[in-house]
Design a protein around this ligand. Structure first.
Ligand code: RB5
Length: 145
């Protein structure tokens, strides 16, 4: 079981709910940081909340959703220690873990269907970072920026 913080703006609300249900059904401990409706809110607030939960260790990993996945990834990546990646499919999910050790998975509800997002998230959670060698060196460089 993994502790996962989830969050979205209004544009990602429906997909965030679906992914949170999917994670709970798989036995993960989910902390939902909002938003809690389709009323308009600002994605930076929720990207930072998810990022901070991961950075401070409250969560092992984060899932952040907005309309495109782009703005909320930008916000999460402002938090030191966060490596948020935009995920579109199982390949981007796998590579973001193997090469970049991504700790926040970001999805765009307006770009990626719910089934594709669920499948990608399953792969993302199941894939380990390729520690040692060039990927570890490059992620260390990222962490020092
Ligand atoms: C909200 O309309 C939309 O801009 C937001 O969900 C996201 O796509 C931003 O990157």
């Amino acid at each position: 079981m993994v502790k996962i913080a989830v969050g979205s703006d209004h544009g990602g609300f429906e997909l965030k709910q679906a992914l949170a249900d999917h994670l709970r059904n798989a036995g993960h401990e989910v902390t939902d940081l909002g938003t809690n409706s389709s009323d308009s809110v600002d994605y930076p607030d929720f990207g930072v909340k998810v990022g901070e939960a991961v950075a401070n260790g409250t969560a092992d990993a984060g899932v952040a959703v907005c309309g495109s996945g782009i703005g909320i990834a930008m916000a999460a990546n402002k938090v030191s220690g966060v490596r948020a990646a935009n995920i579109y499919d199982v390949t981007s999910a796998r590579l973001s873990r193997e090469h970049n050790n991504a700790n926040v998975a970001c999805f765009g509800e307006r770009l990626v269907g719910a089934q594709t997002a669920q499948d990608a998230l399953d792969v993302w959670l199941a894939t380990d970072f390729e520690a040692g060698g060039r990927h570890e060196r490059r992620v260390a460089q990222l962490n020092n920026l």
